[in-house]
Design a protein around this ligand. Structure first.
Ligand SMILES: [Zn+2]
Length: 343
């Protein structure tokens, strides 16, 4: 509640209330956990993925009551401590969980790169510290070697992608085509560098894409992840691709979010799902369908159709090509072979 914007802003405390009310209606027990954080400990972990200069910059801004980092991103005097709490909790959950956990939290994190803005983006898109990155660190500290990240927020997870771009962490990011949406990064040809070459799949969807096309790509993602056989999975869960959620142009509905939940369930691995975006209807209908999938409740949803003017077949082919490139490159480097993966 203390990380609140002064003016009308999509990323506000009301999001959690809307989501909690929806979970309550679905029969989930909603429990608010207030948690104090050891800031020095959280800071030490944050410095493993963020630059010292960036952390010092946030600390400096925290001395004011209210600061604007860029046109999207604000900070109150309490925001950094709260961001540390979310960051540390993501790390701790990854360190200890044995079954899938959906961590509902603010502020979001996937646009925060090493030094704040990532991959040339114009803003940090509401994000301060990278929570998905913290979860990856937690899983690493459990000595898991095959770690995957799936980001299904409608915006490219440019911060997380930048942080691990040269590491052998399989990252699958499904997002609206970067020519048409913030942060304007995450093209299919970007497949990683150095040790991470061949481990990054940027899967892109044109505006007005519906469940029909998205579900076909998801089945390829399911196969890729199953073959990779991750010991641990971090999910950046954004519900802003839901039809009319407000910030993007995809036409996804319950069918896609239920399938995403099922995909995670079927992987049957250590999975930490962290809330990123989702601002209106995505937080109610999208989350409900997602949790039905994740918890194995079978509900039949009618898939929405891609608008006829959108070249859906072309999108399926482009993403198919990216996924086959990932298989080929990662295999050439011996990335998955001999490490317990099934390929
Ligand atoms: Zn988003």
């Amino acid at each position: 509640m203390k990380h609140a914007p002064l003016e009308k802003h999509p990323e506000n405390p009301g999001r959690i209330l809307v989501l909690a009310e929806s979970l309550d209606k679905q029969g989930f027990t909603v429990e608010y956990v207030s948690r104090s954080v050891d800031v020095q400990e959280a800071r030490r972990i944050a410095l493993r993925i963020h630059s010292k200069g960036y952390i010092q910059y946030l600390e400096k801004l925290s001395r004011s009551n209210y600061s604007i980092i860029d046109e999207d991103t604000f900070l109150t005097a309490d925001s950094l401590e709260l961001a540390y709490a979310t960051f540390q909790t993501s790390y701790d959950l990854a360190l200890s969980l044995s079954e899938p956990v959906f961590y509902v939290s603010r502020p979001p994190g996937h646009h925060a790169g090493r030094g704040g803005k990532a991959m040339g983006a114009s803003s940090q898109g509401f994000c301060l510290l990278n929570n998905a990155g913290a979860a990856v660190l937690g899983f690493k500290d459990r000595s898991f070697s095959r770690i995957a990240v799936m980001d299904f927020d409608v915006h490219h997870g440019n911060g997380t992608m930048e942080i691990f771009y040269e590491e052998k962490i399989l990252q699958v990011d499904l997002h609206q085509h970067p020519d048409t949406l913030y942060p304007y990064t995450g093209y299919p040809f970007e497949i990683g560098a150095g040790e991470g070459y061949g481990f990054k799949a940027n899967l892109v969807f044109n505006p007005f894409t519906g469940d029909d096309v998205y579900l076909r790509v998801l089945s390829m993602v399911q196969e890729l992840l199953a073959d990779f056989n991750p010991e641990a999975l971090v999910v950046s869960a954004g519900f802003d691709g839901f039809l009319n959620d407000g910030l993007a142009d995809l036409r996804l509905t319950e069918a896609s979010y239920a399938a995403l939940g099922r995909l995670i369930r079927n992987l049957n691995t250590h999975a930490l799902v962290i809330l990123e975006g989702g601002y209106t209807v995505g937080l109610t209908k999208g989350v409900e369908a997602f949790l039905n999938g994740l918890t194995g409740r079978e509900v039949n949803y009618e898939p929405s159709r891609t608008m006829s003017s959108v070249r859906g077949e072309e999108a399926v082919r482009i993403n198919e090509k990216t996924i086959s490139k990932i298989r080929e490159k990662a295999l050439c480097k011996g990335g998955w072979v001999g490490e317990g993966g099934k390929v």
